[in-house]
Design a protein around this ligand. Sequence first.
Ligand SMILES: [Mg+2]
Length: 271
Amino acid sequence: MNGASPATTLYAFSKEGTQALRRLRGRRLLAAFDFDGTLAPIALRPEQVVTPPGVRAALDRLRGLCATAVISGRSRDDVLNRLGVHVDYIVGNHGIDGLPGAERETAECVAVSQDWRAQLRGGEPLRTLDPGIMLEDKHVSLSVHYREARDSARACAQLPAVFAALQPAPRIVTGKMVFNLLPPAAVDKGTAMLRLLELAKARAGLYVGDDVTDEDVFRLHQPDLLTVRIGRDDTSQARLYLRAPSEIPRLIDALIVELSATGSQARSAAH
Ligand SMILES: [Mg+2]
């Protein structure tokens, strides 16, 4: 929480929310989005998640008006295969996978993840706890899924003791029925967002996300970064909220209205 008091979360389409969006008018902007639960609704299984046609069309309308990015917990290639529309930057693995300029950190993350994999003997001790626990090798990090465990509550309680034995100690990011094990050198979504803002030469940013790892962006509290959470949560550090991922096209269209008001200035932001 870095000592900051929780922001007052406002509905994005309230009077104050609309005013906050209006302040992006005329700025060189980077609009960045998380993928699962933000651009695409959560499905029962991660492999079933697809980008809704309305979201693809809205992102396509945004093209050329500002720089765009997706920062996801999935691998970069996985996002690339599911997105179905052009964006300027795709960064996977919570910030480390495909982030331009982070090659040294990426190489370090690959080495540590593969070392952990060896320490976990390919997941064998995990399956001894419960045969439904699955180790996913995401190359620069590892994910341990317990969605299919026979006793998921028990698996969730027991797994942290296994992770505690790993060297070096992982940064553990919990998700929906998953523990993500991130190497110490892994960049978080907040750092990734700051680097993308720099790369895009953006003077302002918009970031939309729905989960714990998105708080790394929300808690940056940069004056020129407007943050939006999917789903109201008054403990979140996000400035605005949307009620559901289905409101994403409306948010993008509201952004397009603001950026189109000053088309030529905004367009130069993308390049
Ligand atoms: Mg998400």
